[in-house]
Design a protein around this ligand. Structure first.
Ligand SMILES: [Fe+2]
Length: 324
């Protein structure tokens, strides 16, 4: 048996950065970056340092960043072209790249979901853990979330390291899942409105076929590409086999030693590597009345590739587009 934690734990002295200060939060995932003002343009060397920290620590946290919407987008573009806010939901009127999410939206969504017919319920109930927008074949590379209005307690965001989760599996299970693919689909989310999109693009449904393990395009690592929120089944397995294997992988992916929990303050900003982590939004949202609003942008990604060379493809719906 492999000793998962010892295999994946990192120590701070293995990682050095020229332009930024990086303080790890746990041995396996999460680091706080300081010594940088994101309201100012960042040069290529600094962006490279942030990207290196992101690949080393999977999710990075910035505090006390006073930035407007244009500065938020400028920061995001340091890492690649931006996508629209979301394949289904609309962005802000004057910033189509920015998705603002409020606690009120979550309450309305919950109400709609409770009224949804059983056939359109999410296929698996895994307490909110997900990778962003894997129902499209080219999910975003990085997600960037900025805290605008933050309550004094509640609303934390959780992240789990899917490279560590893969590495922690026995070689026999790794060999089994290396050659498998899973179907990811939209699960009844309507974007909060029946209106057509302003850009004329389809609001789905979206269905895509992805490898169950993906090769990280920048680091070459094998990543457990497990999105409990959208996977309906693993291709080629019997239903009970698919369900049992997904349950096992879900348990492994969300082991506490692979996780970090972020407690927000106003003007906090998070960047996560959507190719290497799953995250869980604040599932205590709907339980309290305190206002909360965050703004998200996403950096465009590519078609994931599996260890056997399998490349993700759409089954239904378009690829996610790029705004630049
Ligand atoms: Fe998300």
């Amino acid at each position: 048996m492999s000793t998962a934690f010892a295999d994946v734990a990192r120590t701070a002295d293995r990682f050095t950065y020229d332009r930024i200060t990086v303080d790890p939060v746990t041995p396996t995932i999460g680091a706080e970056i300081s010594g940088i003002d994101l309201s100012q343009p960042i040069d290529a060397a600094t962006a490279a340092d942030i990207q290196k920290a992101l690949h080393d620590w999977r999710v990075v946290f910035f505090r006390d960043q006073h930035i407007d919407n244009d500065q938020l987008k400028s920061f995001g573009r340091a890492f690649g072209p931006l996508t629209p806010a979301h394949p289904i939901a609309e962005g802000l009127d004057d910033h189509p790249e920015i998705w603002e999410r409020s606690v009120e939206e979550y309450r309305q969504r919950r109400t709609r979901q409770e009224a949804t017919p059983p056939g359109r319920e999410p296929p698996r109930d895994y307490k909110g853990w997900h990778i962003d927008i894997t129902f499209v074949a080219n999910p975003n590379r990085y997600s960037i979330l900025y805290g605008v209005e933050i309550p004094p307690y509640g609303g934390d965001t959780l992240f789990t390291n899917l490279a560590a989760a893969y590495q922690g599996l026995s070689p026999q299970i790794r060999a089994l899942i290396d050659g498998l693919q899973a179907v990811h689909r939209t699960t009844g989310y309507d974007g909060g409105s029946d209106k057509p999109r302003r850009d004329g693009r389809s609001k789905g449904p979206f269905v895509s076929l992805h490898p169950l393990v993906r090769i990280h395009p920048e680091t070459g690592e094998k990543i457990l590409f497990l999105n409990p929120g959208t996977i309906s089944h693993i291709v080629g397995l019997k239903e009970r086999e698919s369900n049992a294997l997904l349950d096992l992988l879900y348990f492994e992916a969300t082991r506490p030693e692979y996780q970090v929990r972020f407690h927000w303050r106003p003007q906090s900003l998070i960047v996560w590597d959507n190719q290497a982590v799953a995250h869980a939004g604040p599932i205590d949202y709907a339980a309290f009345d305190l206002p909360r609003a965050v703004r998200r942008i996403t950096v465009a990604g590519e078609l994931p590739t599996g260890p056997d060379g399998f490349v993700s493809c759409p089954i239904e719906g378009d690829l996610f587009n790029v705004l630049g």
